[in-house]
Ligand binder design. Structure first.
Ligand SMILES: NC(=O)C1=CN([C@@H]2O[C@H](COP(=O)(O)OP(=O)(O)OC[C@H]3O[C@@H](n4cnc5c(N)ncnc54)[C@H](OP(=O)(O)O)[C@@H]3O)[C@@H](O)[C@H]2O)C=CC1
Ligand SMILES: N[C@@H](CC=O)C(=O)O
Length: 407
């Protein structure tokens, strides 16, 4: 018998309780053990919950119960979640989490702590919600040198962009829907400003390149400045705007890691990823491109990944299952400043002035554009070169990188 305790009965934690209970027979068969939910820790009471008899409010009960083998941490954040995770690992319990903030900030230390105490620290749900990506990257692609990872890593922002494009909703209205669906973080700024995607690309980079990558090392830009005008111009050139996390192995061993909105070509499979779905392309030097796709947020998809880790932790109680990467290196990660690409620009200027400054460009049109507004696609150049060329014309209202996977 394997006893499980869930910390935090919110969107994900309640989904974990549901899936563990509903799919109990299948889960036990896969784990080759009986897996039972013993406790749920939350600050609130849930008298109407079918699991009302399992609630406790003191973590020490779980920590001191030798029958608890696996702790599921779905509280979120990097404070109390960190304390409970450390205490659980030190008490010899495996910990499974969906908390990407904690893994991105403290994954190296927590993985070491888990190893020291002979238990597992697993976090399949921390990237891509229900999409299997951590295990495939760590195991199935283990034979490859990873050359690039690029993906839509945040369900909330992809949902917002899709609703703006498909239904013409304002940014605010689309965000409200995402929150009602349980996709957004407690503070949705983390989604909108790209911090959530940043945490996820940090975790994928650490697994792919073998060293902890801290969010502070990663240039991060969100989507709060994207307008319906940009969406319309992107559409006019057969592209979609997507918030992407990207990690590229450079010659000499450094990695370029960043998060930013991109214009993605209509032919690229990433452009067709809509709603709460996420997709991640990984390029290995042996396998080529591999793509992972599925629901990137939400109660049951995320619970699916958490429960898979519970099964894995249960199966590895004796043999142990360790994920591993080395400590971070301040010199490892470089910004995308040196990365050349085409750019989409919207600004107030004359198209003649733009042509004189930039040479060949593709001018874009949209219905209802105000007088004086121009939008265009440039040839390949760095962000610095673009800023230099546009310096005499004014500041762009919007400037978005065009995705070119061959950079
Ligand atoms: N929602 C999603 O789709 C996904 C979320 N995640 C991650 O999973 C984690 C959980 O997210 P989510 O379920 O959405 O968050 P929620 O806010 O819905 O759930 C967190 C729960 O933990 C409770 N809690 C807060 N502090 C404590 C405490 N000290 N002790 C016990 N319980 C506490 C909260 O109570 P209260 O509400 O009263 O504060 C709430 O019930 C986060 O790290 C998130 O980033 C990952 C993938 C997808
Ligand atoms: N807020 C996150 C939840 C899943 O990680 C998202 O929208 O992707």
């Amino acid at each position: 018998m394997v006893n499980v305790a869930i910390l935090g009965y919110g969107v994900v934690g309640s989904g974990v309780a549901e899936v563990l209970t509903e799919n109990n027979g299948q889960i036990d068969r896969k784990a080759e053990e009986d897996i039972r939910l013993k406790y749920i820790l939350d600050v609130r009471e849930f008298p109407q919950s079918p699991f009302a008899d399992k609630f406790v409010h003191d973590f020490a009960i779980i920590e001191n119960d030798p029958e608890v083998d696996v702790v599921v941490e779905t509280i979120g954040g990097a404070r109390v979640a960190k304390e409970f995770t450390e205490r659980a690992l030190k008490a010899g319990k495996s910990v499974v989490t969906s908390n990407k903030e904690l893994v991105a900030e403290h994954g190296y230390d927590l993985l070491r702590l888990a190893e020291e105490h002979g238990v597992s620290y697993l976090f399949e749900a921390s990237v891509g919600g229900g999409i299997p990506i951590i295990r495939p990257l760590n195991q199935c692609l283990a034979a490859n040198e990873i050359e690039e990872i690029v993906g839509i890593l945040n369900g909330t922002t992809n949902y917002i962009l899709t609703r703006m494009i498909r239904a013409g909703l304002s940014f605010e209205a689309a965000l409200k829907e995402a929150q009602q669906n349980g996709y957004a973080e407690q503070n949705p700024t983390a989604d909108i400003e790209g911090h959530d995607a940043c945490r996820k690309i940090c975790i994928l980079s650490a697994l792919a390149f073998g060293r902890h990558v801290y969010p502070a090392q990663v240039s991060t830009e969100g989507i709060s400045h994207i307008t319906l005008a940009d969406v319309a111009y992107a559409d006019a050139c057969g592209r979609k705007i997507k918030l992407l996390g990207r990690a590229i192995r450079l010659e000499g061993g450094k990695i370029c890691v960043y998060v930013a909105p991109h214009l993605v070509d209509g032919e690229d499979p990433l452009s067709g990823v809509e709603d709460v779905f996420n997709a991640i392309t990984v390029r290995g030097n042996a396998v080529g491109d591999v793509m992972f796709y599925g629901r990137g947020a939400g109660k049951r998809p995320t619970a699916s990944a958490v429960v898979a880790d519970v099964v894995d932790a249960a199966k590895h109680r004796k043999t142990k299952k360790y994920l591993h990467w080395d400590q971070g290196d301040p010199e490892l990660v470089v910004s995308p400043e040196g990365l050349e690409s085409a750019w989409y620009v919207r600004m107030n200027a004359s198209i003649e002035g733009v042509r004189a400054a930039l040479g060949e460009i593709s001018a874009l049109a949209r219905p209802g554009a105000p007088a004086g507004e121009v939008a265009f696609l440039t040839g390949p150049m760095t962000a610095g070169a673009l800023a230099e060329k546009l310096a005499g014309l004014g500041t762009p209202a919007s400037q978005i990188r065009v995705l070119d996977k061959n950079h």
